[in-house]
Design a protein around this ligand. Structure first.
Ligand SMILES: Cc1cc2nc3c(=O)[nH]c(=O)nc-3n(C[C@H](O)[C@H](O)[C@H](O)COP(=O)(O)O)c2cc1C
Length: 285
């Protein structure tokens, strides 16, 4: 399989942007609500966005200079002028209104009536909340970081969250649940991701210090059937289990059969059974 190595110096800013957006993906989307000093609301989406600290809670997004002409966006001007913004998470139900808000509406246009989303007064800051969003953060500008100065360069706005708003029904057992939030993310080009249903899954955290890949017996590591993920599951075990595990009627008698059965046990989340079959394989079945 070939690998393409690309140096940013050989690309235009628009090509670099396409590469970054395709490869750094999916990205969460901040629907940023701001207000101008004249009191005009603005609402625009930004996927150069994430959270960076919890104490105090800090988030950042980047309303960057336009690649076309290096001009700055209304969101940037408003947030810097007022020191405040609201970030609303974007659920699948808000996808197309969000897309309308991303159009280049002229200066002085309030995107709320344009996209059909509903402004609500925030608790602490002046910019409006978005009634349809299941999770929102009222923020005060903490720091502005210019990441260059030319067209397409980054203008990172770091904000301290002064109030969270989460819809009551977004919680399951006290935690925000992906199916209830049903958030969308941005990939490259016109691709998006929906983070709910079959697209979300759980992975248990490593418990204590796991065994590690390099401690797996060579016969497993060199298997042509077990995948990197299969071996990763075994490497995440707390230690090598009992390798004297008993053979049972119906167990495959050949190496390939045992490895396929082991793989099936892993796919069914039966880790103990997977290790029992691994033990038979290691013993040389
Ligand atoms: C899903 C999505 C994500 C976007 N992410 C960014 C981003 O991270 N940075 C950026 O500068 N523009 C981004 N844009 C484009 C802005 O939303 C667009 O330039 C908008 O017109 C800015 O509006 P404003 O001038 O009112 O702030 C994104 C657009 C969409 C649809």
């Amino acid at each position: 399989m070939g690998v393409r190595t690309i140096l940013p110096a050989d690309l235009s800013p628009a090509e670099v942007n396409a590469l970054l957006c395709g490869g750094v993906a999916p990205r969460p989307i901040a629907l940023a609500s701001t207000i101008s000093q004249d009191g005009i609301r603005n609402l625009s989406p930004f996927s150069f966005f994430n959270a960076f600290g919890s104490n105090p809670p800090m988030v950042a997004f980047a309303p960057n200079r336009r690649a076309r002409d290096g001009s700055v966006k209304h969101t940037y001007l408003n947030a810097v002028a007022t020191g405040e913004f609201v970030i609303a998470a974007v659920s699948h139900a808000m996808l197309h209104p969000m897309n309308v808000a991303s159009a280049e509406w002229p200066d002085g246009v309030d995107e709320f009536p344009k996209c059909g989303l509903t402004p609500l007064p925030a608790r602490i800051v002046k910019p409006a909340l978005v009634a349809e969003s299941p999770f929102q953060m009222e923020c005060r500008l903490h720091q502005e970081v210019a990441l260059g100065s030319g067209p397409g360069s980054g203008l990172l706005l770091i904000g301290e969250v002064v109030a969270f708003h989460a819809r009551e029904d977004a919680f399951v057992d006290g935690l925000l649940h992906p199916d209830r939030l049903d958030l969308v993310g941005r990939n490259g080009g016109t691709f998006y991701t929906r983070a709910s249903g079959a697209a979300v899954f759980q992975v248990p955290k490593p418990a204590g210090r796991p065994l590690g890949y390099d401690a797996l017996p060579e016969v497993l590591r060199t298997s042509r059937i077990l995948t990197g993920n299969d071996l990763g599951r075994l490497a995440n075990s707390p230690g090598l289990p009992d390798l004297a595990a008993a053979r049972r009627p119906g167990d495959p008698g050949d190496a390939e059969g045992l490895e396929r059965a082991l793989q099936a046990a892993l796919a069914a989340d039966h880790l103990e059974e997977a290790w029992r079959l691994a033990a038979l394989r290691i013993r040389g079945a």
